[in-house]
Ligand binder design. Structure first.
Ligand SMILES: Cc1cc2nc3c(=O)[nH]c(=O)nc-3n(C[C@H](O)[C@H](O)[C@H](O)COP(=O)(O)OP(=O)(O)OC[C@H]3O[C@@H](n4cnc5c(N)ncnc54)[C@H](O)[C@@H]3O)c2cc1C
Length: 287
């Protein structure tokens, strides 16, 4: 099913899950464990699941492999992430062909993070809006794009970032998936500004239950997202007790989820970090 059908008002809020492919050195065990987690989450009837992609092409093979398995084994709508920062048009054509042959109908079109060494990075695409236009002109994939409720890390301000988001939408995007956030007010403010900018497509809210302090610190060191003081103090107080950290993180995300549902959001996208446990608890709490 294509994004436009999935994000139909009658289905809202659409629940979706993000997974990343196991590393190249996986001997099959990590993939098997991941497939088990996906089968546990399938019970919650996600509108789609997404599969991340290494911007330098490092996980390309694994990403495509996982996308195909989910599509055929689980019969779930799959949306592979599709970066363009180091890609030529030829690379994009080849990847689109692979996905078309696998029966995939949706992609999340991204620029990808700029690598430290850009000299060896061939660039036919500077920004994601160029990828959206290109894919639109070549195929009938349904296309999602990324949005940033707290602004993208390179952007001078949220206003400029939303102007750039509009370029992706005008190029033909169907749905916006947001960066994870911990303060729902920032998301509501973002959606209000997005609507004022004339953007009408659905916006899916990204949430990530914190289950480990180290993991959270690693992720948050590379994106522009603030953890509210109340949550941070709780996490720091129990820094030595992983069970308590997990409990606090899941309870916080559960409240976030409940509030998003009350506010009639179009979709909620779980950054699962390849584990079903936290999302399962949140969904069960809010049944
Ligand atoms: C839901 C989600 C999933 C992600 N998945 C992955 C993944 O699987 N793999 C991965 O490598 N990364 C992933 N990322 C991270 C993403 O690649 C980075 O945030 C990247 O730095 C920006 O990608 P983008 O598509 O938002 O880029 P763009 O939309 O190109 O924006 C990048 C920056 O340039 C500005 N900009 C945009 N268009 C223009 C323009 N036409 N002219 C001037 N400035 C412009 C924007 O304001 C922004 O500051 C994901 C992010 C999100 C939110």
């Amino acid at each position: 099913m294509k994004l436009r059908e999935i994000y139909n008002k009658e289905n809202s809020p659409v629940i979706s899950f993000e997974f990343f492919p196991p590393k190249d050195d996986d001997d099959g065990q990590k993939t098997a464990a991941l497939l088990n987690e996906i089968s546990l989450l399938k019970k919650y009837n996600p509108g789609l699941v997404s599969v991340t992609y290494g911007a330098g092409g490092s996980t390309r093979h694994k990403s495509e492999e996982l996308t195909k398995i989910i599509n055929s084994k689980f019969e779930l709508n799959v949306m592979p992430h599709f970066t363009c920062i180091c890609s030529s048009r030829h690379d994009v054509d080849t990847r689109l062909e692979t996905l078309t042959n696998a029966g995939i109908k949706n992609i999340l079109a991204l620029r990808g993070d700029v690598p430290a060494d850009t000299t060896s990075c061939f660039q036919d695409f500077k920004h994601a809006n160029e990828l959206v236009s290109y894919v639109r002109s070549k195929s009938d994939f349904s296309i999602a794009v990324a949005g940033y409720p707290e602004g993208h890390i390179e952007s001078p301000d949220l206003k400029t970032d939303i102007e750039n988001l509009k370029k992706k939408v005008d190029a033909g995007a169907d749905v916006i998936f947001t960066q994870l956030f911990f303060e729902n007010e920032k998301f509501y403010n973002f959606v209000e500004r997005v609507r004022s900018a004339g953007i009408k497509i659905p916006v899916a809210a990204g949430i990530m239950p914190i289950v480990s302090l180290k993991q959270a610190e690693r992720i948050l060191s590379v994106i522009k997202v603030k953890i509210p003081q109340k949550l941070m103090s709780g996490l720091e107080r129990f820094a030595d007790c992983s069970d308590d950290i997990k409990k606090i993180g899941i309870e916080f995300a559960s409240n976030q989820y409940c509030d998003l549902i009350k506010n009639n959001v179009d979709g909620i996208h779980f950054y699962t970090l390849n584990k079903s446990d936290a999302a399962t608890k949140i969904l069960n709490n809010n049944l």
